[in-house]
Design a protein around this ligand. Sequence first.
Ligand code: NAD
Ligand code: MG
Length: 393
Amino acid sequence: MENILILGSTGSIGCNALQVIKLHKEKYKVFALTANKNVDLLTEQCLEFEPRYAVALNDDANQKLKKNLFLSNSKTIVLESVESLDWLASHIDTSTVISAIVGAAGLKPTMAAANSGKKILLANKETLVMAGELFVKAINHSKSTLIPIDSEHNAILQVLPQNKKLNYKSNGVRKILLTASGGPFRTYSKEQLLKVTPKEALRHPNWVMGKKITIDSATMMNKGLEIIEAFWLFDIPASDIEVIIHPQSIIHSLVEYIDGSTLAQLGNPDMRTPIAYALSHPERIESGVSGLDLIKTKKLDFEAPDLNKFPCLGLAYRALGMGHNAPTILNAANEVAVESFLDRRLSFLGMTGVIEQTLSEVASTAADNLDQILQADTLARSVARRCIGRSLQ
Ligand code: NAD
Ligand code: MG
């Protein structure tokens, strides 16, 4: 029986993970659930899955969760404070951590899991973007297992030779190809992009996801973050990571080998598939997702990404090339830009400008420990906010 902690259980990934776990109650026990504010959903999840612990970070939500669970005679213990996430991630009875908090808030508890030798199923790509080197070192040092949930990286894991280290060099890999849907504005001109609203940007053609990653998909920063994620996960140089637009989101990514073979993983765009594979790797279990109907799909299209229209991709390669904590700076500026866009304080194209300016203004320095990384994150956020303030004047 695996004891599972879900960090961010009320989000899109968290809910999908619980759906898969529900199909395999004999194998997986929900040990703890954490969320920020969505107390109604968290209460429902606690009553259904009966975890030993639950956390709602927001104070009001926490009070309400305690009251709801008390009134329902639940045995779940409600913890509070952000430190309880680290405590749960390193708890002796936690065997597996599903890291599904959105953004930089996921970094500390995911690092705590890595330092404690846990099996980590990683959706929070921001952990690898912000602290890739440190995180991978911690994983290796504590002998943790790291399995990506992100559909592209999960696809790559599926088509790499199994039972080997996630290292491309020894596996005869020439390059990896990350597929991208291109988001809702793939066919827009630059002029049309000038006017797009948050409502339009939140309408992803193929996936239903949290707001932040949906905006990242519209700017293609999501693919940029995924390049950095792949770099650390598979120990592959940036020059061997290619992005290809595939609007149907049926092929989730590909690996090209030195003999000219290209292997791909295909499936309906449904995160329960990569979540199920991450949970059971290297075995396979039911996910609740139906198989592909290729006759209905008819065709699969591909095109090269337009770096001029979607400069965030180039910015991610640039940050990766700069090294040190440049990816931390990129990530922080992006989070601030996305928040401001959603609050209608920044235009769609303005997001790129803020990220670019922040990356140029904040010096990239060492990223040897968590404090340095969190300091860079704070500094980059304040610079990004200043850029936005200037653009509003
Ligand atoms: P979401 O917004 O739907 O859910 C986020 C979860 O994190 C919620 O449970 C929320 O309560 C919690 N949370 C938010 N802010 C928090 C904070 N400050 N502290 C603690 N908890 C907080 O997001 P999502 O779409 O599920 O994405 C989660 C992560 O998975 C992201 O890193 C995203 O990039 C990655 N991911 C998501 C998908 C997807 O299909 N949704 C696919 C690949 C990767
Ligand atoms: Mg992805």
